[in-house]
Design a protein around this ligand. Sequence first.
Ligand SMILES: [Zn+2]
Ligand SMILES: [Zn+2]
Length: 346
Amino acid sequence: MSDFCVECGRDADRLFNGSCAECYLKGKKFVSAPLVIDVIVCVHCGARQHKKSWVAPDQPLIPVIHDAVISSLEISKELETPTFEFSEEYEDEKNLNVEVTVRGLVAGFEVEEVHALRARIQRSVCGRCSREQGGYFEAILQLRARERDVSPEELERAGKLVHEELAAMRSSGAENAFVSDYQEIHGGADYYLGDKDAGKQLAHMLMQKFGGEANVATKLMGQKEGKDAYRITYLVRIPAYKWCDFIKWGDEYYRIASLSKEFAAITDLRTHIKKQRRHRDLDNAKVVGGAGMILEAVILGQTPKEVQIMHPKSFKTMDVLKPEGYSNEGETVQIVVIEDAVYLVP
Ligand SMILES: [Zn+2]
Ligand SMILES: [Zn+2]
């Protein structure tokens, strides 16, 4: 059935308060926007204050402002599936003029509205960053090595891994996954962590990467909001040997081929046969040295069983037995000399 629009008099299948859709939609607003919004942004991480909490840290400012604009709009329930398009221009450092175009459907008809507002940017410090800067911590992660100092390379690698892991934890919602203090101390490093669960996860991760063992110690520090407050210390002790080190274990010499949480893969220097051993079985292994021991020797000749080389220090000619399956087409070979014996480096 058809009827007349009270405004334009045309036939219409469907009336809204007596008007056809076109007349009804004309001049009617479905979105209201404030003239000015205040966007409070953390100077350190870029989080935005929303009511009493802080949202979406580590983001560029413009999308943060877009979010703030969207949440400042009052959108009529009649407007369905709204989409937003922005253009903006800085008036000065603290003021951004934003134009937002809202499109959607009202009773099946497309509508479009443009609103202009000013975003005033205020800089502040969010709760997480003030805790981080204030040295707040729940756990200490200690990295140490058996019978030696943690090397500068290991400290650097551990630091990189720790910060990558913490960034991943933060992006999945653990806002206190930060290092509030760091000290290189007692031949290793201490990380002061804002989140005790992060401490556990990082201890596990470091063991995976470096091998070794972890201990946890809990100390009652007093009361916080009526509950017992504990300080948790995770101690990760990595093995005396590092990846690529040469070790003496029993009467044989080996090179560390790889490390995991529980195991080391070790390559016999004489046979080049690789085997897996638990770290605790290698407790009495002695580290002979690292990659710095490797020398380059000129190959003088080869037989199926031996390589004839010139000793790089004494310049004497010597024959070294080849491990089974060994081949070297080059003119030089890497060797390591331990207690006057020469080994081909696996
Ligand atoms: Zn009409
Ligand atoms: Zn922050």
